[in-house]
Each structure stands twice: as structure tokens, then as C-alpha cells.
Ligand binder design. Sequence first.
Ligand code: NAX
Length: 324
Amino acid sequence: MTPIRIAVTGAAGRISYSLLFRIATGELLGPQQPVILQLLDVEAMDRVMQGVALELLDCAFPLLAGVTTTHVPDEAFADADLVFLVGARPRGPGMARKDLLQANARIFAEQGRALNRVAARESRILVVGNPVNTNALIAIHNAPDLDPRQFSAMTRLDHNRARSMLAARCQVPVTAVRRISIWGNHSATMFPDLLHAEVEGRPALERVPWDWYVNTFIPQVQHRGENIIDLEGRSSAGSAAHAAIEHMRDWVFATPQDDWVSMAVWSDGSYGIARDIVFSFPVTTRQQDWQVVSGLELDDFCREHLAATEKELLEERDAVRELL
Ligand code: NAX
């Protein structure tokens, strides 16, 4: 079988340290599909990245057909079929969100241009590095020869967190929870929607009080990332790598028949959301393509939340306008 080329940026970082080994064991593409890993990080992290590459080789993974390391995007993305854009500048002490946005915007503009030049024409590109939605929008705009539908940004960790919290509250296995949706930005304005979710085939809101949904569940999902940083002193890495694998796996294969997932994708105007922002929607996937779930009824409560997170994304877009 021809190996699939998978590029991973931020390869010397914490998420990648979990992600790379799991890809190499076949958790992403199955136990028959060989892979070549093409690792990218900044030059200063070269030695660490090389160490990670040696560790990967030391596992003697039967599916690992090769590992390369580089700090040059065009080399890392050459003929890449699947791309995980994990690398990003972390928020430093005293750094405003706006400055972080600007610093990362330049990285994603450069990487978008490199993908446009050298990635496989049918590549699928997942943005994990924050701020994910706007980074993905910048990459889309800088890769005019690729279809915007080839890009998506990760809200799957938020989706999984919501699913797990609801299951725990209802004392059911997570498999009994379906049709969770995360709408909007991967930030504290995201809208975790239980109005369309189901627990054991019944509406979720028949199983939990409205007050718990609004005053406990929503803020807990929105702030779970900060909660983890508070406890661990660093941001989620194991759960983020897991979410990235699930996101890409579902995109390449398909979502289950009676369920959907959350993915931040280039808005096509669905549900009246502004076009040309990357917005998280409930989607179904099939054969490397996604469709926004249509026909969900949105009441005033949902609309209000969607408007708030859409507004934040429009402001982020304005802040990086010169790179679009
Ligand atoms: P780390 O700081 O451990 O690793 C990031 C790596 O990216 C570093 O090795 C750094 O040198 C590299 N990097 C920086 N600029 C680069 C460039 N221009 N090209 C290639 N590599 C570059 O962070 P980690 O914990 O791995 O997190 C990575 C990103 O994921 C961060 O932006 C983080 O905020 C984001 N997250 C996204 C989540 C999501 O749900 N979408 C959740 C987890 C995480 O917060």
C-alpha cells in the first residue's frame, strides 16, 4: 500500500508528542495503512524535533515508512496528504490576545502559502494551533489554489468535553450521548448546544435541568481549557491530540449514521452566519468531505449565543485584515 504523507507542525511541542506516536501506531488511518511523518518546527527546536524523530524510529512501528524533520515549511508540506497545523506561538506573560493573534497570523499566512505551493492537491488540513478559527481563515486566504473546504479548525476537544460532562451528569456511558454541537469560536464565547442533543435517544434537556445547563454546563465547557491550565500549569495536550486524531479520522472516513461532530469550517452562510469566517458547526462527514447539518431549529437563546461568538470572529478577522 502506498504510504500516506502526514505533515505535523509544532512537532517538538507537547500535543505532537502524543499525536505523532498515535498516528504511527495506526490509530488515525487503521492498521494496514503505512504513513510517512513530515515534521516541522522552528529552527531553535531542531534538536528536540530530531530527538522525537529518533524516538519514533526506536519504536520500530510496522506502519511507519519514514520520518523527516525540517524548519522549512515547503519541505514539510511537500506532497502532504494530511496536515496537522499544531505549531503556534504560545501566549506569553502580559501578552494581549490581539498581539497573539498578530504573531500567529503571520505564521499561518506563511504556512498557507507553502501549502498552496507544495501540498497534495487533495490534501486535508486541520488547524489546532490557537486562535484556531482565525488561523484557519488566514491559511485559507493564503492558499488560493486549494479549496477552502480542504481546511478546518479543531473544536472537537470542546465537543468531547461537552459529551463527557453530559454523560457524567446523566450517569450514562458517553456512547449514550449523541448530537452534541459546538457552535462558533474555539474561545470562551463558543456555544455548547444541548438543545439538539440526545441522551439514550431522548432530548438531553429532558434529563438535565435548564438551570444546570445554562449556569453550570455552558461555562464549564467554555472554560475547561483554563481549568486544565490552572491545575496542570500547562494546556491540554493528551486530550487535544486525541481530539485531533478523531477529527481527522472522521473527516477522512465518515461520521456515524445517526450522529454528527463539531468542526470549525469555512462558513457557507448556513444558519445566517456571516460568510468568510471559520465557524464551528455541527457537521456530518463522508469521503473526505463535510456538510453542515441542516434544518436545526434555533430559538432566541441559541441565536443570541451564535451572534456573540460570530461577533468575536468578525472582530478577529478585522484585526488580521492585512493578511487576508
Ligand atoms: P507547545 O508550546 O508545547 O508546542 C508548540 C510548538 O510549536 C513548539 O515546539 C514551537 O516551537 C512550535 N512552533 C512555533 N512556531 C512555529 C512555526 N512557525 N512553525 C512550526 N512550529 C512552530 O504547545 P502545545 O501544547 O503542543 O499546543 C500547540 C497549540 O495548540 C497551541 O497554540 C495551543 O494553544 C493549541 N491548543 C489547541 C486546542 C484546541 O482545542 N484547538 C487545545 C489545546 C491547545 O491549547
